[in-house]
Design a protein. Structure first.
Length: 267
């Protein structure tokens, strides 16, 4: 049975685990190694079974601990060429990834990685490069789309393939515009290479979710410009306006910023 855990989702640190009975991978490591180890011990996850790390992009909250994790567990790190270069140049990554542990992923080319078939697709964001991942294992398609500036055809297509989906609902536009952020930062977040609003998240879900979608987790919520209940209600209201009922058509949850979710069994 496929298992999923979020160890944190937001600007404080992002990290997700996906595992079968014999294989595992981690998507982004922006949380501390110590807290990751503790959470895995608490939930009975053996980090020795993690055989690869996938990185979406080179911002610190997604890569802070990737070099240390790769070094300690002798695990290869998969990212695009541009993202690997960005990691090398990011001062927030104290231990860099060893050359022999760097593995390059090419956008749009599926790669078999143990129990997982992995395909990266482009996601607009103001990093060196940013990708989402469409991951197939045990007849299940799991999709991660985080730090999304604008919606593309590739994103729509991946949502339509998903049985399980992690997608950004970063901010409420009114909270952002009336909040403490300076104008330049508001413009960055609202730009086509910024972050996805609750409203835009709801719209893209409503227009591209299929009857095969079982569970959606809203990720990367802003602490200053959003609230978990607001994000959920906004997305749910939009879905219902399209005749889609969360809890009936598929489950809808919000990932916590700094706390692990516990283990989800994906069937």
């Amino acid at each position: 049975m496929l298992k999923f855990i979020s160890f944190g989702s937001g600007s404080s640190g992002n990290c997700y685990y996906l595992g079968t009975a014999t294989d595992g991978l981690i998507i982004d490591i922006g949380v501390g190694i110590r807290s990751l180890k503790k959470s895995c011990k608490d939930y009975g996850i053996q980090l020795s079974k993690v055989r690869r790390v996938l990185i979406t992009h080179d911002h610190a909250d997604h890569i802070k601990s990737v070099g240390s994790f790769s070094y300690e567990y002798k695990v290869p790190v998969y990212a695009t060429e541009k993202v690997h270069k960005g990691i090398d140049g990011n001062y927030c990554v104290a231990r860099k990834i060893a050359v022999e542990m760097k593995k390059e992923i090419v956008v749009g080319e599926p790669v078999q990685m143990g129990d997982f078939l992995v395909k990266a697709f482009p996601v607009p964001h103001d990093a060196s490069e940013n990708v989402g991942y469409e991951i197939q294992a045990e007849g299940i398609t799991f999709v991660v789309i985080t730090d999304v500036g604008s919606i593309t055809e590739a994103i729509k297509e991946s949502i339509s393939h998903a049985n399980y989906l992690v997608i950004e609902a970063n901010h409420d536009e009114e909270m952002l515009k009336s909040g403490p952020y300076p104008e330049y930062l508001q413009k960055r977040i609202l730009s086509d290479t910024g972050h996805l609003s609750n409203k835009n998240c709801g719209e893209v879900l409503a227009n591209n979710a299929t009857c095969n979608l079982k569970h959606v987790w809203l990720c990367h919520l802003s602490e200053e410009n959003n609230h978990p209940e607001l994000a959920r209600k906004t997305v749910e209201t939009i879905l219902r306006s399209y005749g889609i009922v969360p809890g009936k058509d598929f489950e809808l949850e919000v990932l916590r910023r700094q706390l692990p979710t516990g283990v989800y069994d994906l069937t």
